[in-house]
Design a binder for this molecule. Sequence first.
Ligand code: DQA
Length: 138
Amino acid sequence: MKVGILNGPNLNLLGKREPEIYGHQGFESYLEKLQADFPEHEIQYRQSNVEGELVSALHELAEECEGIIFNPAAFTHTSIALADAAKSIDCPIIEVHLSNVYQRESFRHKSYLSPAAKGVITGLGLKGYELAMRALLG
Ligand code: DQA
């Protein structure tokens, strides 16, 4: 199975960015381990800090993959364009957040994406991506 992982703004700085919230590990090194744990499946990874690029990436990944793991980061709480894109594709999406957004500021409690997602994993750190993989493969 081919699975897409799409990360939104500032997640390119994972490991350096607010490590007390998001941890010390960068995404690339985590991805290597994740791919090694699922050798029979192909992971296609994309990251962008730009909303429109994320819209296009969702369209493209939906063509190429059978499932998408999506952390829209701050756009979760603001982007109708990303919510519309998620509703426009047939590919199942698992929404993942590293931090538990419900323990944080109230503006993080609203997700425009969740109604279009098959499921949501929040607060389990990078492990959330592995669990999302298992959910898609299961
Ligand atoms: C995040 C949570 C968002 O509220 C925040 O803007 C992020 C990361 C998370 O993975 O916990 O950038 O999506």
